[in-house]
Design a protein around this ligand. Structure first.
Ligand code: HXC
Length: 259
């Protein structure tokens, strides 16, 4: 499929790479882009050869937010009745394979929210995260007030949402918003390296691991631990559990069948 607002390619036949591509608007996220992003994510998720997905932008911007020019004229009825945002923004949350956010430059507003919807974020040293919606008379609308406090705590989240200040990559790593920071020149390789490692594991256990970690944000501790235990038990029904443990015991590399 051909896209106008994103670029899509695969690496090593097993990593799906989606690059946000509206450079003139710093990758501002409009309805067409979010629809294309959802389509590309779903296509990779359905492709058995793909084990991990990377979502990235440019050196200058991952995404500078939802497209303000497109939003400016909307009325409440447009947003509510037309289901603007929720209609196609949360597709990424339904993707069962891991999605790594490889973030350089601005990740602001909806751009920060989209990054936070990835499973983890690897940041370039020039990355800047922020929720500046307050400056244009609104508030975050794609989960920023919910995911940011879970990632960095209430105080820092309130600070960012209320003052609109940006957080640089070093602060984002200290605060736990991103998992690693690397020089911009190494960002693509770092993300690809992580993705290839994930692709080496059983897709079944990778999927279960993602599902279980995500459950930590949706349930209390004992429910979450029970959920994890059930998935852990279920993995003993897989070919790959037998293969992984046998390979360890026989000091050989495992050959996972995703079965
Ligand atoms: C539409 C945008 C945009 C955006 C930048 N541009 N951000 N267009 N929507 N969110 C456009 C500019 O209008 C400009 O177009 C071009 O990109 C380059 O931007 P500049 O401002 O000239 O660059 P610079 O001076 O380097 O400043 C970069 C910036 C600034 C700090 C990122 O652009 C900025 O503050 N952008 C808005 C950030 C923001 O408020 N994001 C939250 C949006 S609300 P021209 O044509 O003039 O060259 C939101 C709500 C989410 O995200 C709700 C859930 C979806």
């Amino acid at each position: 499929m051909s896209y106008e607002n994103i670029e899509v390619r695969t690496e090593a036949g097993k990593v799906g790479i989606i690059t946000l591509n509206r450079p003139k608007a710093l990758n501002a996220l409009n309805d067409a882009l979010m629809t294309e992003l959802g389509q590309a994510l779903k296509a990779f998720d359905a492709d058995d050869a793909i084990g991990c997905i990377i979502l990235t932008g440019s050196e200058r911007a991952f995404a500078a937010g939802a497209d303000i020019a497109a939003m400016a004229k909307y009325s409440f009825i447009d947003t509510y009745k037309g289901d603007y945002i929720t209609r196609n923004w949360e597709t990424i949350r339904s993707i069962r394979k891991p999605v790594i956010g490889a973030v350089a430059g601005f990740a602001l507003g909806g751009g920060c929210e989209l990054a936070m919807m990835c499973d983890f974020i690897i940041a370039a040293d020039n990355a800047k995260f922020g929720q500046p919606e307050i400056k244009i008379g609104v508030i975050p609308g794609a989960g920023g007030t919910q995911r940011l406090p879970r990632a960095v705590g209430k105080s820092k989240a309130m600070d960012m949402v209320l003052t609109a200040r940006m957080m640089d990559a070093a602060e984002a790593e200290r605060a736990g918003l991103v998992s690693r920071v690397v020089p911009f020149e190494k960002l693509a390789d770092e993300a690809l390296g992580a993705a290839l490692i994930i692709c080496g594991y059983s897709q079944i256990s990778v999927m279960a691991a993602k599902e279980s970690v995500n459950r930590a944000f949706e349930s209390g501790l004992s429910d979450g631990v029970m959920f994890e235990r059930r998935l852990f038990h279920a993995l003993f029904a897989t070919v790959d559990q037998k293969e992984g443990m046998d390979a360890f015991l026989n000091k050989r590399a495992p050959d996972f069948k995703n079965a």
